[in-house]
Design a protein around this ligand. Sequence first.
Ligand code: GUN
Length: 325
Amino acid sequence: MTARIIDGNAIAAQVRHEVATGVTALLAAGVDRPGLAVVLVGDDPASHVYVANKVRQTEAVGMRSFRHDLPAAVSERDLLDLIARLNADDAVHGILVQFPLPAHIDTRRVVAAIDPDKDVDGFNPLNVGRVASGIMDVLTPCTPLGVMRLIRSVHDDIAGLGALVVGASNVVGRPMARLLLEAQCTVSIAHVRTTDLAARCRQADILVVATGVPGLIRGADIKPGATVIDVGITRTEQPSGKSRLVGDVRFEEAVEVAGAITPVPGGVGPMTIACLLANTLSAARAAAAMAMERRVHEDVPDATLPGRARADVSGGRSSTTTISI
Ligand code: GUN
């Protein structure tokens, strides 16, 4: 049996289309254009590529993009001051500080400084805690959100299925496990130190691998017919001298055993920015709903509220169902 290939490029394009449609609907409702601020510190070449992609895709779905490039030697104080200004700026609905940050800056302090309502990465401890306590209408880390969408392209209902997440990072593994649990899977978390990793993998109906260890999972480690999501992406040198992007799963072996599998590249990768845009739309909708509620409470005469906005932007963040991840 050869597995179905899950086309992350096509599904990400669908998400971006849904976001663009959502932006158009907000503008038609008289609401401000959603805006995403991206902060880049230093000269890391990979980060520059990621940020350029984020800016391009943000503008392509009709949102405003605010890019802030800071020198590698910027002080933590100056970075926190910029975040405070972005928190206070009504034109900015989402804030992303690109990682990694230089060693002299405390990443956790930076993450905690971002307004939870603008935390489109979903890394602020308040949002992490909300997701952990099963509150789902919050800003959720983009890669796990994208993975859920990929899984749902294969399965209508995953309740009761056994899911194994390999990798326990705060960015992917842990929030991934929480989302799968929320979808009523029976969830386990493993990692590179798990002693019987292959045996555990062979029991999983859904296997999500996010370790950054190229080729860790072999075809023989996969339950026949399982859905395999490979989050890993590592650039490796080939004997020919050329480099190649590879995942944590040995694709050529796994594709012969799995029921469905993501390729690397072209699987999970494109979903992350698409979900960042979905989160920004979500934050903009929630901000519009809150602004309207404030105006209603302040008893502003109805005529000052845009009529369509009253009708269309009422549900806050829980009205993100158009993105249905
Ligand atoms: N660097 C690599 N991936 C990410 C991400 O998802 N968010 C942020 N903020 N930085 C990153």
